[in-house]
Write a protein that binds this ligand. Sequence first.
Ligand SMILES: NC(=O)c1ccc[n+]([C@@H]2O[C@H](COP(=O)([O-])OP(=O)(O)OC[C@H]3O[C@@H](n4cnc5c(N)ncnc54)[C@H](OP(=O)(O)O)[C@@H]3O)[C@@H](O)[C@H]2O)c1
Length: 224
Amino acid sequence: MTNSIKKVLVTGASNGIGFDLTKKLLAEGAEVIAVTRTGKVGEYSHPNLKVYQGDISNAESIEKVAQQLEEAGIKLDVLVNNAGVGLDLGDEVPTADLLNATFATNTTGTVLFTEALLNSLNDGGQIVFLSTAMALLRNAAPNAPAYRMSKAALNMYAVMLSQRLAERKIRVTPLHPGWVQTRMGGDTAPVTVERSVNGIFKAITENTETGKFWNIELDTLEDY
Ligand SMILES: NC(=O)c1ccc[n+]([C@@H]2O[C@H](COP(=O)([O-])OP(=O)(O)OC[C@H]3O[C@@H](n4cnc5c(N)ncnc54)[C@H](OP(=O)(O)O)[C@@H]3O)[C@@H](O)[C@H]2O)c1
């Protein structure tokens, strides 16, 4: 089964997975609204690409993006919450600064951005969250405390939201994109951005479940 992907909004599209996913979606015929902190996607442009400036850790900025969408009368089929930070991946001891900064984007910002866009999402659409297998309880390890906890909280929100949005038939998909060769994942990561993005595209076009965790590396649904 192929799900409709006419209009897609991708956050954090300036780099890494978000940038390549944007290009893949455009190549597959979708219209993409990219949200980046600079309001640009480098020098990249495409007739079906709109770029909005937005910092998802900032409430005013979130409101502005939501308003722009409403004023333009844009209804989304898919919202991809890709923007994220990994500020303490090599640390073991949580600090107030890194907890606050990490949660501000990965959890509070992502949640409030999603809430602000719910009216701009078509019934029957989909919300994707770039989570991580590092946030599954059975994969707990001492490193990356703020990162793991911020994404674990996001997984909980995703399942709660899937229940809230069931009547609107909006599917909610938290996913693990793999350990990917990006600025965050580093050069030694085993998964290319292309493989990850192809997997995310499949999770959008072929996944009919809601509230389930999708693992790109395993190419299937996985228990929390
Ligand atoms: N790479 C991996 O191995 C891996 C594994 C599991 C999960 N993930 C998740 O996948 C997602 C994408 O990661 P990536 O590997 O592509 O990382 P990346 O190359 O560092 O890209 C992160 C993107 O998020 C944007 N961003 C960060 N904070 C933002 C904010 N407050 N508002 C708007 N945009 C913001 C960045 O924008 P700037 O360019 O302005 O900084 C950048 O475009 C993240 O959520 C990450 O947690 C990645």
